[in-house]
Write a protein that binds this ligand. Structure first.
Ligand code: THG
Length: 282
């Protein structure tokens, strides 16, 4: 099962056995004062800089989230996407669960984007899936419903199955659905990592879909986040996550190391290239 996403000039392929695709997480105002303030006054220079820096660091796709309370998010995502598209040439991931925002984003986006996201709620199916079908985009399905995020793998698998069923009914090809079984901080619940790893394995086995994960969520509120994120990322990549949402500058060498260990890097070409780049910057 191979998922294709694209900009005007670039195609990115996502699939088991292919090299890990990194979705850059940094265009997101949550927890970032400078970016929030810039977005509030309509200043897109921070967005431009983050786009360039992430692609230079090796991000294959960029997530674009402009969710700040009090701004016109539909207008802002259009501007942010235009800015990112004129700065870098990678495919983009439209990060909003609001139909109006996604609709505005789809009007300006050129290529085949990834829509982030639909969830297991009836209303989300009704509002988001037609937009995905109509635009020919790929979509991320979150394993959460009106009762929230289940605390066990079986319930997350059940929701993933419902999303797959609804996507199929809407006429969306199975390869255009990427499941996210959601990571929560191990700072609040010591079993949170295990539940996610278990869910990844079950969903991969049962549904065979490609999968993403906001891997940095695992470490919220804890010290040495890079260390925790790295440990978690290695495990989830080995478990079947094909395109994690990450800070590419921080995890690129690790992702290349995982791909080499997992037999996805013949002659260690990508690993050694990343090593040379990494060494020359340090
Ligand atoms: N699944 C899907 N989409 C998602 C998430 C997910 N989108 C948003 C989020 N979760 C993934 N993106 C981020 C972005 C930033 C951080 C974590 C996840 C993060 N930021 C630092 C903080 O808040 O402390 C600040 C970074 C900085 O200033 O350098 O940790 O799960 N589908």
């Amino acid at each position: 099962m191979v998922t294709k996403v694209a900009s005007v000039t670039k195609e990115v392929l996502i699939g088991d056995g292919l090299t890990t695709v990194l979705i850059g997480e940094r265009i997101n105002p949550s927890g970032r004062k400078k970016l929030s303030e810039a977005l509030m006054i309509g200043d897109l220079e921070v967005v431009r800089k983050e786009a360039l820096a992430q692609v230079e660091a090796g991000a294959d796709i960029l997530d674009v989230n402009v969710g700040v309370t009090g701004i016109d998010e539909a207008a802002m995502i259009s501007q942010a996407l235009e800015t990112v598209m004129e700065t870098v040439d990678v495919p983009l991931c439209i990060d909003s669960n609001k139909p109006k925002v996604i609709e505005a984003a789809l009007k300006v986006y050129k290529g085949k984007p990834l829509i982030n996201s639909v969830s297991g709620e009836e209303r989300s199916f009704k509002e988001i899936l037609p937009l995905v079908k109509e635009s020919g985009a790929a979509v991320i399905g979150l394993t959460a419903d009106d009762r929230g995020i289940p605390d066990n793998a079986d319930q997350r698998l059940r929701i993933a199955g419902q999303i797959a069923e609804q996507a199929e009914l809407a006429g969306i090809p199975r390869e255009d659905l990427i499941i996210d079984c959601l990571a929560m901080t191990v700072g609040a619940d010591g079993k949170a990592g295990l539940v996610t790893i278990d869910a990844i394995q079950k969903i991969k086995t049962e549904l065979g879909v490609n999968m993403t994960l906001g891997a940095s969520n695992i470490s919220f509120g804890l010290p040495n986040r890079e260390l925790l994120n790295g440990a978690f990322l290695s495990i989830v990549i080995a478990s079947g996550i094909n395109c994690p949402i990450v800070d590419a500058a921080k995890v690129l060498p690790l992702a290349r190391a995982c791909d080499l260990v997992l037999g996805r890097d013949k002659y260690a070409m990508r690993y050694t290239t990343a090593y040379r780049q990494f060494s020359s910057h340090h």
